[in-house]
Design a binder for this molecule. Structure first.
Ligand code: NAP
Length: 268
């Protein structure tokens, strides 16, 4: 079968090739998916460029990407919840990475049935960005009436985060560029901040949660903006050591940063 493989680190045009590879064999808990659609995310680009070598080491050649949708064409002996012919989608586990291929074997625990009202392409676009949004907001315990600032509301992660936060009953501020203002409003955001015309720091007040999807100065500004007792969650890599120490953080090297602003009493 054919698969898109990373053959070395570097620029995308030099580092990828369609290769002929063996069709995967299923383990007891796997389903074999005939791939109909696959999606790429910023992490795939970072892997190709070699920026994540220390946390995701790659042996070349390696088939690319994590998101997939398709049809179950084979299943392992222990698989109970899927049948041949089921339409499914998945964010595949790290060790099974490689969705841009004709077939992929995936542990069935990481697979769901595709809703009937979305296409294969739509289904493949959901898992990694959607899970990132959902897990980040759950990580900080989002709840009804929370005021939440979601940066980059028009992005893959931000667009899911807006919808998830609204479904939890939160009040959502989001930042986006002029062209995407109407679109993120339609997703449900309560106050859309056009960052080309407005300064979010003067608009957002008493945020219970800031979801940082932009990094650098946005992470530091989130720490300043969140109200006392509020939380910052970031999916844009670790904070630098000096800033982390200044904010009294100990877990700042985690890829997903979580910060709880001390309550007034703790601040003294
Ligand atoms: N996708 C994932 O599954 C995933 C998982 C973990 C971590 N992450 C990280 O999360 C970040 C976002 O990922 P993504 O997949 O959502 O990226 P994306 O789909 O490429 O979206 C990025 C968005 O950022 C917006 N943007 C750019 N500058 C902005 C600014 N100054 N203020 C507000 N919005 C701005 C752009 O929208 P406008 O045109 O409106 O400016 C764009 O839609 C990346 O750093 C990525 O590495 C992503």
């Amino acid at each position: 079968m054919k698969a898109l493989q990373l053959i070395k680190y570097g620029e995308i045009k030099d580092s990828l090739a369609f290769n002929e590879v063996s069709k995967p064999t299923v383990q007891a808990n796997d389903v074999l998916i005939e791939v109909k659609a696959a999606a790429i995310n910023p992490i795939d680009k970072s892997i190709i460029l070699g920026n994540l070598q220390s946390i995701i080491p790659i042996s070349f050649p390696s088939t690319s990407a994590y998101d997939v949708s398709g049809v179950v064409v084979e299943k392992g002996d222990e698989v109970r919840h899927f049948e041949i012919g089921d339409l499914v989608y998945s964010r595949v586990p790290q060790e099974q990475m490689g969705t841009i291929a004709e077939y992929i074997a995936v542990n069935s625990i990481a697979v769901s049935k595709k809703p009937g009202n979305i296409s294969f392409e739509e289904a493949a676009s959901i898992p990694l960005a959607g899970l990132t949004a959902l897990q980040s907001l759950e990580h900080v315990g989002i709840k009804e009436n929370d005021k939440v600032l979601i940066h980059a509301g028009s992005g893959g992660v931000g667009s899911f985060a807006i919808q998830y936060a609204k479904s939890k009953g939160a009040y959502v501020y989001t930042t986006t560029s002029t062209d995407n203002v109407e679109w993120v409003k339609a997703l449900g955001a309560d106050r859309v901040i056009d960052y080309k015309k407005e300064n979010y720091k003067t608009i957002v007040k008493d945020a219970d949660i800031v979801f940082d999807t932009l990094g650098k100065n946005y992470t530091l500004e989130a720490l300043q903006l969140v109200k006392q007792g509020g939380k910052v969650v970031s999916v844009v890599g670790p904070l630098d050591e000096e800033s982390a120490k200044m904010w009294g953080m100990t877990d700042y090297k985690l890829p997903c940063l979580l910060y709880t602003s001390p309550s007034p009493r703790d601040r003294g």
